[in-house]
Design a protein around this ligand. Structure first.
Ligand code: GLN
Length: 539
């Protein structure tokens, strides 16, 4: 019989609920349980695929091509498992499916209501995993008190009645602010948010307290008393430099023991087995050197938009015993006049994915600088497209080369719309999405990194390299080292006589895990380390 854990958040958003949820997942998995993690997002969009990065941050793409919340990236990285579209649900999806059923007459003339129809649909989506795992951990997005999240909380409340107290628990993450002027911790916001939860019929079993500094015992005792939980159920979630340390800090406070006891789970590994994880944290805290890597994109101020790219870079660096010192470059501020002044001192650059023409010329100028100065470059999706445009313009005599995304009338459309995308009007889930195989050519950087002829990576794009220009690009030295055989699409390009110049149409960042970094990121960071050493750029 499956056990259920619901994770809610109180006081403010952005407390790291996704990381707390992922950490709980890892702890239970490390005690031998089969777990899965699921996120409910209360907004009405069907998925975040159509939302601006300003609103939402990164869109994480699953293997099966779902465009999901960035917390799914944390889940995959912590529990080291591939998730699917069933692991991220939104209010939009729930209502869509209930309305579809109503139109088909499934409800036999009944009046369709939030309770029970919407809440039943939510519970069905949770129970979908009941036969395949031991524990289902469901994170409810938003903050308790939001109007939108009410049906999800109501469904979570009903679950305990239906499944029994020993099978369903609630974990609430709140903020305990430290007031500098009076040098005091304040527990009142936590008390209020727990009261709000209680008024909905949910009594949290465990309270995770996000704090800046260690939480004194008297504050913990006060939270326990006012929030109606035992003292040992108040757990500190202190700010950490490396998010992967969170499970270790929770384990130290006995969080896994608490959960196992509350859920009456028997016959399991007595302690979390996390030796490799601990080694990773040790390495991350004791790097041999620091190397400066630039990330040049349109949303340089919005770090959440590049979450998986940042994490993938850190995974590769940590495993190579170095610290990636990330420098953010807003692509719109770069042009050929200032490129040197802006980018000198970097030992490598990443151009991550993106959409639209804004900042494109800055990315192209950046790539030219790294190509000509033989400094490591890794391009991802739009990064590949910009690298092809730059190469066509500068090396192949096509000064007006462009992508039809940026200039529909360009004389040399070296990047153009995928044939399968033509005529598509509907937005949302209509790009080339999810995993596809790439065949890799021997004796290339890509092959050296992957050491395999076929690899699978995840995609999210509408445009591609125009095969009409391939022979001229190749004639001038561009190497196409990976293709999607079936439709003959360019997947990887690179250059010879350069320490590391490689770009991919797919997004390798989505498959990187702390203990299993993506091979292209490892190859890139190795090259950056070598370049930094040679050029005295250790920081
Ligand atoms: N805008 C480009 C396309 O649609 C690149 C997408 C991306 O970088 N994810 O093909």
């Amino acid at each position: 019989m499956a056990k259920y854990i619901f994770v809610t958040g109180g006081v403010v958003s952005s407390l790291g609920k996704g990381i707390a949820t992922a950490s709980i997942g890892l702890l239970l998995k490390s005690r031998g349980m089969k777990v899965t993690l699921q996120k409910f997002d209360p907004y009405i969009n069907v998925d975040p695929g159509t939302m601006s990065p300003f609103q939402h941050g990164e869109v994480f793409v699953t293997e099966d091509g779902a465009e999901t919340d960035l917390d799914l990236g944390h889940y995959e990285r912590f529990i080291n498992e591939n998730l699917t579209r069933n692991h991220n649900l939104t209010t939009g999806q729930i209502y869509n499916s209930v309305i579809e059923k109503e139109r088909k007459g499934v409800f036999l003339g009944g009046t369709i209501q939030v309770v029970p129809h919407i809440t039943n649909e939510i519970k069905d989506r949770i129970r979908k995993f009941a036969n395949s795992v031991d524990v289902i951990i469901t994170e409810i997005g938003g903050t308790v008190g939001d109007i939108e999240s009410l049906p999800f909380l109501e469904a979570a409340r009903q679950m305990q009645i239906e499944e029994g107290r020993n099978n369903v628990i609630y974990i609430h993450l709140t903020l305990v602010p430290f007031i500098e002027t009076s040098l005091e911790y304040k527990t009142k916001p936590t008390q209020h948010s727990v009261k709000e939860l209680q008024s909905l019929g949910i009594q949290p079993d465990i309270i995770l307290c996000r704090t800046k500094l260690p939480l004194p015992q008297d504050s913990k005792d006060k939270i326990a008393l006012f929030c109606n939980v035992p003292k040992q159920a108040v757990i500190e979630a202190i700010d950490v430099a490396d998010i992967y340390e969170v499970p270790l800090l929770f384990a130290k406070q006995g969080l896994d023991r608490l959960i196992v006891n509350l859920l009456h789970i028997k016959n399991i590994v007595p302690k979390p087995k996390l030796v490799n994880w601990e080694n990773y944290i040790y390495k991350s805290k004791h790097p041999e050197v620091k190397i400066p890597i630039g990330i040049c994109g349109k949303y340089a101020k919005l770090r959440d938009s590049y979450k998986s790219v940042i994490e993938a870079t850190y995974h590769a660096a940590t495993n190579l015993n170095v610290k990636a010192d990330l420098h953010w470059i807003e692509s719109e501020t770069v042009n050929s006049d200032c490129v040197k002044e802006k980018l000198a001192g970097l030992a490598g650059i990443i151009i991550p994915g993106g959409f639209g023409v804004r900042g494109i010329e800055g990315k192209i100028a950046t790539i030219e600088y790294f190509r000509k100065n033989k400094i490591p470059f890794l391009g991802l999706c739009i990064g590949l497209q910009c690298a092809v445009i730059e190469f066509a313009r500068d090396e192949c005599g096509m000064a007006e080369a462009n992508s039809t995304e940026f200039n529909p009338k360009t004389k040399y459309p070296v990047i153009y719309l995928l044939p399968a995308q033509r005529g598509k009007r509907k937005k949302g889930g209509t790009m080339r999405l999810g995993k596809y195989p790439t065949s890799i050519k021997k004796n290339t950087i890509a092959y050296e990194c992957y050491e395999k002829s076929i690899i699978w990576e995840r995609h999210r794009h509408r445009y591609e390299v125009n095969n009409r220009f391939i022979s001229v690009l190749q004639k001038h030295g561009l190497v196409v080292s990976g293709i999607y055989e079936k439709d003959k699409l360019v997947e990887i390009i690179e250059l010879k006589n350069h320490p590391f110049f490689l770009a991919t149409q797919f997004h390798p960042e989505f498959t990187s895990r702390p203990l299993r970094p993506n091979p292209l990121f490892t190859g890139f960071v190795k090259a950056v380390k070598a370049y930094a050493q040679k050029s005295n750029l250790y920081t």
